[in-house]
Design a protein. Structure first.
Length: 186
């Protein structure tokens, strides 16, 4: 059976950059897991490629119908985020999967997939996170940045539940990608 790798950590820690680098390495047979969300589609995003976009009512129905493996409501925007059951199972028959998940969701997926899942927490200093979020074109106004930083503090409370904890300091992206590649190849 293929394996699921779950990255988690505060906003701005570099999860997206790490995943983009890892999925380009064909030797890993690794694809990005596609999560579902109730948030609106952003410019350039594609249904089923970046996310599965559902209304809040559709998302709640998927939860009730047990079609979502795990979900959370993001405090900073009130939107639902979760892992679709059927699509994940289908993808896992062909590939290793790497997900970017909120920390609680990562622990739920680990419990569901047990030894077929590995959890990795990525972190950086508060100053690095704040700067990266401020530089991000999607971060927007300072109130949203502060909410994302506060959410990041809550994410850190789950660090003891992760199998690996790595620091992604400025200028060390290649090092962190290499560390995770070694974890995947174990």
């Amino acid at each position: 059976m293929n394996h699921i790798f779950i990255l988690s950590g505060p906003g701005g820690c570099g999860k997206d950059s790490i995943i983009k680098a890892l999925v380009t390495d064909t030797s890993l047979n690794l694809v990005r897991g596609v999560s579902a969300t109730s948030r609106p589609k952003r410019v350039g995003e594609e249904e089923g490629v970046n996310r599965y976009f559902l209304t809040k009512d559709e998302f709640k129905k998927a939860i009730d119908d047990k079609n979502i493996l795990e979900y959370e409501i993001m405090e900073s925007n009130g939107e639902y985020y979760g892992t679709p059951k059927k699509e994940t199972a289908e993808l896992l028959t062909k590939h290793n999967i790497i997900f970017d998940k909120m920390a609680y969701g990562a622990t739920v997926l680990k419990e569901h997939f047990k030894e077929n899942a590995t959890t990795i927490f990525i972190d950086a200093t508060d100053a690095e996170l704040k700067r990266r979020l401020s530089d991000s074109s999607r971060a927007g106004e300072s109130e949203i940045i502060e909410k994302r930083l506060a959410q990041g503090q809550k994410e850190r409370e789950y660090k003891p539940h992760f199998e690996y904890c790595l620091q992604n300091h400025d200028g060390e992206l290649k090092k962190v990608v290499s560390q995770i590649k070694q974890i995947i190849l174990k």
